[in-house]
Design a protein. Structure first.
Length: 513
């Protein structure tokens, strides 16, 4: 039975619902609408309202092109497992420029409390996604871990990262990082309001996956975000996606040229219809994964077309906040499966693909992987090799860098989904329903009988880290911090085990120059 519950914010009262001991407040504005004269500019706080604002349905997602437009290969089928409501990242939620909204799930809401707060930043390479995606529903995580869960929408693509400052001057100085500034404003909202939802503003963890993990990295380096969070979790970030100011300004100049406007009239883009700007974005950059082949560089293909420019890109500091960082064993498979040949990739094709690509022979490489992980299908071996040259070193290099100034914990998520005949393995995004304790509800997780147990242990590890900076708990092996010497990494599968002494960077997978 659902009960209505009301909470106060700095802009006014919001009315949510309580169900099974957790209250949800959906579509709560933290910023003002970003259309018209506010487009491409830093966000403003939400305007006050009178009465009780309904917070029982999700707010608008940021404008974005449909992720299905470029789907090829097995990705066409995988999309339906990722986004089970509609096969789209929006999952039926409308989009619009009044998208600066967030969602809160809290045990026994509106009661004074000091629960840890976990603020989720969705992935999607700065182009796609929303805090309302079904994998991110926060009620089960809040209930299990006794934490307050917040998911955030913010500007994406051309709306969040069109660097117009070189063309229009100081008035648009922050247009190239508007989407990141949205996140700073959201964290300021959490600081100022979360106590009224039972959360502790002095114990906030930001966590994100893929492009969301990159957002966490960027927030760690932004002075404006300093002090707004106290721990950070970075999942399957392929490495810094931020672009240079030069590249961002070049992309903006090409956008204006393609629009048919002269540089002096670039301001007129603030008057364009939302759909017209999305068409301009697609015409300018194409679809990120359209026509992907196995001969392409994975990160070149996945690189966000519109991304923030932080020039010069500072190293993540984050005032020494503890960090949990890791990847999945087959992170690359979700991108590789766009290639039509991936589904039937054979041992002979793998040998041909690896021969001459690395500093050792295909046979020696095969032996190295056989010794490390045992046998696996050629397509998953391919996905593992590509992961070990992209996602894995990004995680471990960051861990090595940060461990000198803070406590760092590392993990590898190795649980394999059985969907699509085992095509994807421990793929990119598979960890998400496990972290949110939604594995038993997620089609992506499949139907293995142990998924609920793995999900419980993983969600408890994440909430333990949010609570006290340590992911360990009674139901998993002792989780030691990572150092460059020990390289302690928790291997997460049906059985959990702490691996030490090596990581994928030790494998002979250096690409030939």
């Amino acid at each position: 039975m659902q009960q209505r519950v009301i909470a106060d914010t700095t802009s006014g009262k919001v009315g949510g619902v309580r169900h099974r001991g957790v209250a949800s407040f959906l579509g709560v504005p933290y910023g003002a609408p970003t259309g018209g004269s506010a487009r491409f500019r830093p966000p403003e706080p939400a305007k006050p309202w009178h009465g009780v604002r309904d917070a029982t349905v999700f707010g608008r997602a940021a404008p974005q092109n449909d992720i299905r437009l470029a789907a090829t290969g097995s990705w066409v089928e995988a999309i339906d497992y990722l986004y089970p409501r509609t096969g789209s990242a929006l999952e039926g939620v409308p989009m619009g420029e009044d998208c600066l909204v967030l969602n809160v799930w809290t045990p026994e809401a509106a009661a004074p409390g000091r629960r840890p707060v976990m603020v989720w930043l969705h992935g999607g390479g700065y182009q796609h996604g929303a805090g309302s995606e079904s994998m991110f529903l926060g009620d089960r995580l809040a209930r299990l871990g006794d934490v307050v869960v917040v998911t955030v929408n913010h500007r994406l693509g051309i709306f969040g990262y069109l660097a117009l400052d070189a063309l229009l001057g100081a008035e648009f100085e922050h247009a190239g990082i508007a989407g990141l500034l949205d996140l700073v404003l959201a964290l300021e909202w959490v600081r100022d309001n979360i106590d009224g939802f039972g959360g502790d503003p002095g114990n906030v963890t930001v966590f994100g996956q893929s492009g969301g993990g990159d957002k966490v990295r960027n927030l760690m380096s932004m002075p404006s975000a300093s002090g707004l969070f106290h721990k950070a979790i970075i999942q399957s970030s392929p490495g810094p996606l931020a672009t240079s100011a030069e590249a961002a300004h070049d992309l903006a100049a090409r956008a204006v040229h393609l629009s048919g406007l002269s540089p002096s009239r670039a301001r007129e883009l603030t008057t364009w219809d939302t759909g017209a700007l999305l068409e301009l974005q697609r015409a300018l950059t194409g679809d990120v994964m359209g026509g992907f082949t196995l001969d392409q560089n994975l990160l070149d293909a996945a690189q966000a077309s519109f991304a923030p420019h932080l020039d010069p890109s500072p190293a993540p500091e984050g005032a020494g906040v503890p960090v949990l960082v890791g990847h999945t064993s087959h992170d690359a498979s979700l991108i590789l499966c766009n290639a039509p040949e991936y589904a039937t990739f054979s041992d002979s094709q793998l040998r041909a693909w690896t021969e001459g690509r690395f500093d050792i022979s295909a046979d020696a490489l095969a032996t190295a992987y056989q010794d490390r992980v045992g046998p696996e299908p050629a397509r998953l071996r391919l996905a593992r090799i590509v992961t070990d040259t992209t996602f894995a070193p990004a995680a471990f290099d960051l861990a090595s860098q940060l461990s000198a100034s803070r406590t760092v914990y590392c993990y590898e998520f190795a649980y394999r989904t059985p969907i699509l005949g085992g095509l994807l393995g421990a793929t990119h995004s598979l960890d998400l329903p496990f972290v949110f304790h939604n594995a038993e509800l997620s089609p992506l997780a499949g139907d293995r009988g142990d998924r609920g147990d793995v999900s419980t242990r993983m969600a408890l590890a994440w909430t333990s880290f949010a609570r006290n900076g340590e992911p360990g708990h009674a139901d998993i092996p002792t989780w030691e911090p990572y150092t460059p010497e020990t390289r302690a990494t928790m291997h997460i599968d049906s059985t959990w085990s702490l691996h030490t002494g090596q990581d994928p960077r030790d494998l002979p997978t250096r690409t030939r120059a």
